[in-house]
Design a binder for this molecule. Sequence first.
Ligand SMILES: NC(=O)c1ccc[n+]([C@@H]2O[C@H](COP(=O)([O-])OP(=O)(O)OC[C@H]3O[C@@H](n4cnc5c(N)ncnc54)[C@H](OP(=O)(O)O)[C@@H]3O)[C@@H](O)[C@H]2O)c1
Length: 288
Amino acid sequence: MISTTLARTNVPISAIGLGGMPLSIQGRPPDDEGRRVIHAAIDAGVTFIDTADVYCLNDGDLGHNERLIASAIRQRRDRDSIHIATKAGLRRPGGQWTRDGTPKHIREACEQSLRALGVEEIWLYQFHAPDPSVPFEESIEAFAELQRQGKVLYVGLSNVSVEQIEQASHIVDVRSVQNRLSPFFRENLDVVEECGRRQITFFAYSPVGGARLAQKIPQIPILQEIARKHHCSPHAAVLAWVRAKGNTVVPIPGATKPEHAVDSAKSISVKLSAKEIAAIDATEFART
Ligand SMILES: NC(=O)c1ccc[n+]([C@@H]2O[C@H](COP(=O)([O-])OP(=O)(O)OC[C@H]3O[C@@H](n4cnc5c(N)ncnc54)[C@H](OP(=O)(O)O)[C@@H]3O)[C@@H](O)[C@H]2O)c1
């Protein structure tokens, strides 16, 4: 697997990560199967895994994904080379997704994530999403404080605009931004560009469009054509397009099947020509 580094560090991470969410939300596989997916991804070269406290069924199940990943990693000899990023800033009351960017919640969530991951310091702690009812700077200051206390090594953002990256950068050294990016959803290309300019790692979430749209990919003619040429899957062609969008982009595809995790990891060897990238750019990817 080709490696990159987390922004402005010399810490190597695989240029394709694994998104843990589908292993813990509704429709998740049994935990043993989830661990098989994690092992398959790591065996295929993945050394970066994204999770969140709220990747679970509801507020009675918080930390499910963090515990699952930690339990898989503990079994491995190469565990020191695996980097796990988690998040705070959301809640799951009754299974709903709600925002809570209060410093109190972020501090409490951090303690729970430290326990769930079984670590003394979170490697990369990401603010999951700005909360409109809490001043953005107050939430970011809570992350900065956790970093000063040594509970968090690096800080990242998620679901943010270019303006919010600028605001946060006055308070904390922003190492990563995690926003959505796929041929179906291109609304964050300005953020990708800004991350390249600032040397901030851009983690592309839902890079194959998310669970529903990912199933449409094999039927899209331009992807079939590119996949045939590169002897890869149409999903791998999409991941290659996502990577081509910026020099700090690291896609974090999710999977519930080991073979999908392996296929995504292998997509690292696919390099699209400028003509192929332009052809995908010019194609409308229907979301219906
Ligand atoms: N920060 C945020 O607000 C936010 C929001 C959403 C997601 N995320 C993060 O981003 C990660 C990825 O997003 P996502 O899970 O929503 O969407 P995704 O990665 O675009 O799609 C995941 C789905 O695509 C399928 N898939 C992936 N790679 C494939 C391949 N090579 N071949 C065939 N099928 C493939 C998987 O199918 P199977 O299930 O059949 O294996 C899975 O159901 C999440 O796990 C999470 O870590 C973050």
